[in-house]
Design a protein around this ligand. Structure first.
Ligand code: ZN
Length: 221
């Protein structure tokens, strides 16, 4: 059974309106290195608004005239209990499901913002910047420390990741997020991208796989 946010009106809906999407940057060492970024000593956090989310299966529409649009394939975690200054035990109880997301990033816009020392929201939080798959119930996964996922573009493997390689393991990461931002049922956590990011181009077919639990395809228009 897959869990969907109710706005996607499927038969298996759970009644959780999508909230905010709390994200971490540079959570995989090899990805930080590929963009010549330092390895952070504490998590680099940012938020996408709920209006960033779109169903992954719908064709991905590239924003126009804003430079390159990079894909970043990330494990997404659906939260179903409030978390404020949460212990790791409370975080474990609040994980309803796992899915996959693309953290779409206007890389040229982001580079300019970085140069000026400005926040990343224009590059990371625009409408449609978070294509999101359905969620698989957390209890379907035996070992939460070794959840694997991948992205294929036009039948070629582009990114692979496992939760095992995260610099900040997800339970500790979510507890840390809850120190700054109260997490509410329906909020989604994006856990950072492994290496292999790159630009999207119209006409591509994208295939996301989450362990043996979920395979979802879409196209770029
Ligand atoms: Zn990202």
């Amino acid at each position: 059974m897959l869990l969907y946010h109710h706005c996607w009106h499927t038969g298996n809906a759970i009644d959780l309106p999508l909230g905010k999407i709390v994200c971490v940057g540079r959570n995989y060492a090899a990805h930080a290195r590929e963009l010549n970024n330092p390895i952070p000593d504490e998590p680099l956090l940012f938020i996408k608004p709920a209006t960033a989310a779109v169903a992954f299966e719908a064709p991905i529409k590239l924003p126009e005239k804003l430079g390159s649009v990079h894909f970043e394939t990330e494990l997404a975690i659906l939260i179903d209990k409030p978390l404020t200054h949460a212990t790791e035990a409370k975080v474990r109880e609040a994980i309803a499901g796992y899915g996959l997301a693309l953290d779409l990033t206007l890389r040229d816009v982001q580079s300019k913002l970085k140069e000026k020392g400005q926040p990343w929201e224009r590059a990371k939080g625009f409408d449609g910047s978070c294509p999101l798959t359905p969620f698989v119930p957390a209890e379907n996964f035996d070992d939460h420390d070794d959840i694997t996922f991948s992205l294929d573009i036009d039948d070629e493997r582009q990114q692979t990741g496992t939760t095992h390689d995260m610099l900040f393991p997800m339970i500790r990461l979510i507890a840390h997020m809850s120190e700054s931002f109260t997490l509410l049922p329906g909020d989604v956590i994006l856990t950072g991208t492994p290496e292999g990011v790159g630009p999207l181009a119209s006409g591509q077919t994208l295939l996301l796989k989450l362990a043996d639990e979920l395979t979802v395809e879409t196209t770029v228009v």
